[in-house]
Every structure is written in structure tokens, then in C-alpha cells.
Design a protein around this ligand. Structure first.
Ligand code: C2E
Ligand code: MG
Ligand code: MG
Ligand code: MG
Length: 292
């Protein structure tokens, strides 16, 4: 009956069981209206070169500012938007907004930087993603090379055959593809051979294990070697300390991202970050003697 359906749904979709059903319904209807009410925005977190500290990429991270709920983080609503079947329209907004912002940065003279956009499972497998992306690129006079799409392993493994086909089509547009949170999902080594991707983003849990002794260092070293042998670029996420920075550089990691360099920034702060020449970690990078 309706009541048990409701309870089943409640358990499945909502991890915080303390909310009442009424509160959940209100939250869902607010989410449904968030796009129309222009409550979404994007923050941008830089990815910097491990060689020279230059900003290579800015990852777009969605934020939801609601009059009553305040600032809602993606972990609280992306999955819900998927189950509600509205992720495609939110995702299309993200793609367009990120492309629009990149074209502004291009106009400001930042010609080398690209943007990375996170994709959810449904976006990759179900919706008209190529058309959405091509339309956004065209609208903002960008080419496929200007953007990167991040997909988690679990998404790819839901339907690997179809994922391979879809990724191949995106790569034909010149778009860079990366596997997000690499190492936390279930992808087999075999799939890495056939997945058309350009980069792996090593999950931050491995980066955090670097300093903890144990086998953390070996695991990071192995992941980085694997990427190199497969001709993939490797990005470390969640870099928070200078020690992690030094070790990741030593291990030959290509790109770095994390609070050490910058937290997710508003458009204004990201623009200042791009303009600003003062980057405290670059002194660490320039003094190679310290960790070679
Ligand atoms: P992600 O793509 O793996 O993004 C990295 C997350 O880790 C971000 O959280 C970022 O703020 C956080 N982070 C980055 N560096 C550090 C660090 O040094 N320390 C710590 N403690 N955290 C760090 P955020 O912005 O809350 O995003 C969470 C997840 O939500 C993202 O994980 C991504 O999977 C998803 N997401 C964000 N924006 C979108 C979007 O537009 N579309 C879709 N489908 N998913 C999105
Ligand atoms: Mg990501
Ligand atoms: Mg990630
Ligand atoms: Mg993550």
C-alpha cells in the first residue's frame, strides 16, 4: 500500500532518518524549483601543475542557496536529484554555466585554463549528453578541448559497455575525460585498458594515507605508476599539506588539487586566484632540493 511504499522510499533515498516525511517532501519540492528560482551557482576549485604550480583547470562544483535551508552542499542533493529524475536539467545548467564562465575567463586573457564538470550516472547513460555539451560549447564559442568531464568509477561500472560507447563519442568531440575518486569504486584493471579516458583522479583518501605510514605511500606510488604506464594523466585530490605536496611531486603526480592550493572558490575569488601571482606553495615547488 501507499504507506509502505512511502517508508521504503524514505529508507532508500534519504540517509538522515531524523527528518519527518513532511520535511522531506518540502525539501524535494524546493529542489524541484531551485533551477527556475535560480538558486544554483558554481564554485571553482583549481587544479595546479605539480611541476610549476600553474593553474591548469578549474573544477566546477555546484552549490544550492535556498532562502530557508541556506547553503546546501551537493552531497545533500545530487543523489536525490538523480532519484527524482531531475539531474539531467540541473546537469545541463551546470554545463552551460561552466562554459559561459570559461568563455569569460578566456576573454580576460586566461587562454590556457580549462574547466572540469562532474557528471552523474544518469547524465552519462540516459540523457542527450553530446547534444547538451556541443550546444553549450557552440553557444560560448569553445571547443571540446576546453572542457573536461569527470565521471566516477561506480557510474562507469553500472553499464560498462554503454559507458565505453558514450565516452568514445564524447572523446570524439575533443573533450577530456577523467575518472573521479579513482580507487574507491569497483572498476577492474581490465576496464582501464578499454575505457576511453585521459586522466585518473586519485581519491583523496589515498592522499590522506600518505603521511600515515603503513602502505599509503606504496598505494599512491602504484596508482601513479599505473597511470603513467597506461599513458593517462594523474591528478591527486584532497591535497592539504606541504608534506603531501612534496611526496606527490616526488612520485611524479601530474596535477594537484586540494585545500593547500585553494578551497572551492566563488567566481570572483577564482578570478583573483587566476590573476594573483603570489602563491605560497610555489616556494615549496621551486626549492626542489628539499624533497628530491
Ligand atoms: P568531487 O568531484 O570528488 O569533488 C571533490 C570534493 O572534495 C568537493 O566537495 C571539494 O570541495 C572537496 N575537496 C576538495 N579538496 C579538498 C581537500 O583538500 N580537503 C577536503 N576535506 N575536501 C576537499 P563538494 O563541492 O561538496 O562536492 C562533493 C561531490 O559532489 C563532488 O565530489 C561531486 O561528486 C559532486 N558534485 C559537485 N558538483 C557537481 C555537479 O555539478 N554535478 C554532479 N553530478 N555532481 C557534482
Ligand atoms: Mg570531481
Ligand atoms: Mg573527486
Ligand atoms: Mg569525491
Amino acid at each position: 500500500d501507499a504507506k509502505s511504499d512511502g517508508i521504503g522510499k524514505l529508507r532508500f533515498y534519504h540517509p538522515s532518518l531524523k527528518d519527518t516525511m513532511q520535511e522531506r517532501i518540502a525539501f524535494e519540492s524546493a529542489l524541484k524549483e531551485a533551477l527556475t528560482n535560480q538558486e544554483f551557482s558554481l564554485c571553482y576549485q583549481p587544479q595546479v601543475s605539480a611541476i610549476n604550480g600553474n593553474t591548469v583547470c578549474l573544477e566546477a562544483l555546484i552549490r544550492w542557496q535556498h532562502p530557508a535551508y541556506g547553503l546546501v552542499m551537493p552531497d545533500k542533493f545530487i543523489q536525490l536529484a538523480e532519484t527524482m529524475g531531475i539531474i539531467a536539467s540541473i546537469g545541463a545548467w551546470v554545463i552551460d554555466a561552466a562554459c559561459e564562465q570559461l568563455s569569460r575567463w578566456r576573454a580576460m586573457g586566461f587562454t590556457d585554463v580549462r574547466v572540469a564538470i562532474n557528471l552523474s550516472a544518469q547524465q552519462l547513460l540516459v540523457s542527450e549528453l553530446e547534444q547538451t555539451v556541443s550546444a553549450a560549447l557552440q553557444r560560448h564559442q569553445l571547443s571540446g578541448r576546453d572542457i573536461e568531464l569527470e565521471i566516477t568509477e561506480s557510474v562507469l561500472m553500472q553499464d560498462p559497455e554503454r559507458a565505453i560507447e558514450r565516452l568514445g563519442a564524447l572523446q570524439k568531440l575533443g573533450i577530456r575525460l577523467s575518472i573521479d575518486d579513482f580507487g574507491t569504486g569497483y572498476s577492474s584493471l581490465g576496464y582501464l585498458r578499454v575505457l576511453p579516458v585521459n586522466a585518473l583522479k586519485l581519491d583523496r583518501s589515498f592522499v590522506w594515507d600518505l603521511e600515515k605510514g603503513g602502505k599509503g605511500l606504496e598505494i599512491c606510488a602504484t596508482a601513479i605508476d599505473l597511470a603513467k604506464k597506461l599513458d593517462l594523466e594523474i591528478v591527486a585530490e584532497g591535497v592539504e599539506t606541504k608534506e603531501q605536496l612534496a611526496q606527490l611531486r616526488h612520485l611524479g603526480c601530474d596535477l594537484l588539487q586540494g585545500y593547500l592550493f585553494a578551497k572551492p572558490l566563488t567566481v570572483e575569488a577564482a578570478s583573483i586566484f587566476l590573476i594573483n601571482a603570489h602563491r605560497p606553495w610555489q616556494s615549496v615547488m621551486n626549492s626542489d632540493a628539499g624533497f628530491d
